[in-house]
Ligand binder design. Sequence first.
Ligand code: NDP
Length: 445
Amino acid sequence: MYKLSEIMERAEQLAPNQPQFHQAVEDVFHSVVPYINEQEKYQNHALLEQLLVPDRIIEFRVTWQDSEDNMQVNRGWRVQHNNALGAYKGGLRFHPSVDLDTFKFLAFEQTFKNALTGLPMGGGKGGSDFDPKGKSDADILRFCQAFMLKLSNYIGPKQDVPAGDIGVGSREIGYLFGAYKQISGVFNGVLTGKAPGSGGSLIRKEATGYGTVYFLEAMLAHQDKELKGLTCAVSGAGNVALYTVEKLLQKEAKVITVSDSDGTLLCQSGFTSEHLEAIKTNKQVERGRLKDLADSSKDFEFKADTKPWQFNCDVAIPSATQNELNEEDAKALHENKVVYVVEAANMPLTSAATAYMVENKVVVAPSKAVNAGGVAVSGLERTQNALMQSWSSDKVDKELKKIMQDIHQACIEFGEEEEGINYIKGANLAGFIKVADAMLFQGIS
Ligand code: NDP
């Protein structure tokens, strides 16, 4: 019999000073421990102990010369958490705040998220403390080449297939792919998120955001409700946030906020598609700041150092980063009548915020289910690369929608309770069972 407190003590012993990793582990094992204690087949195989330790951690120095001829040193990591279901798969993050703890939490989450997609993918995550913000294209290129020189030995289409994440968008994936090709001499599906002309899939850049909205629609449909007319507060203004907003607008929801690390851009009347185009130009083309947009239109207000959780909304969609929504924010959202919190970023709620929401009957849809659309279309990109095909956007979008609906169904199957659907439990159990069954089948994973 497992006890959550004992397995968490073990996590602390094995990985001291890794609070984000512990938070992710506790979130999953909180659902899994009561279940596993009633299922004989999962006992006596040390499954939870195995999942506490990644298969492999690659940690390296990235030395590169910037365009002013200064030598720069950054750190790089790749955490290959579990490949019971397939080659490791998960993004690369470039952000100055990251450390091994960040990647261990993200890789752990990724294993269960990838399981939920139903595609044959294990879980991994990696990146660097390099900060791309404000760097020239030339410096980004130099860094990406140096980073790939260190990583290339450990990845491959059948081994480990990275993609983008915070700070790693289409430009960085392009430079990383170019570097890999030069080092290895082969053109293959080693990375996903490539441009369509270089073996990328249509709809990949939109997939996480669109998938988030497809999941939300499935939640609403389950309660005979629709998205049209609901007020949504979104945080972030990156890949996930902007394509979430795009799909919300297509579905005639009212979106009142996006944000970046300087504050929140508020549009009380709801953003239009013209507004969204202006935000995309600011972020994706000019690599600018949201506060500059507020000066360009009287429709916007910029609230410096303010999160989007201070405004009345039906749906909150945190889409920026981990632990961005704390207990105080949860209270504010509750006072502002929020009904659904849909986690588009990875682990955006602190444990206290989640507990507060659950206590107050706010429905929380967890990231491993909600944002699985990104990695799902990455999985479809791998299939297209292996078959040497390019599918139409319509086909990819249909597949994405189906995958998100299937994930929602799995959450219902494993999360149904008297008071309604417990999406956190449903996603954790549905993901865990797939991984655990594969581990058992393979003996020692
Ligand atoms: P991007 O780098 O494209 O965008 C991140 C956005 O979040 C930026 O607007 C950034 O603002 C903002 N942000 C980052 N940190 C903070 C912070 N501490 N406070 C406020 N705003 C912040 O990243 P993505 O959109 O790709 O990723 C967002 C989240 O979604 C992450 O949790 C990621 O792991 C997750 N995710 C991404 C997937 C993908 O396909 N890209 C797939 C699944 C999950 P600023 O520019 O000021 O830093």
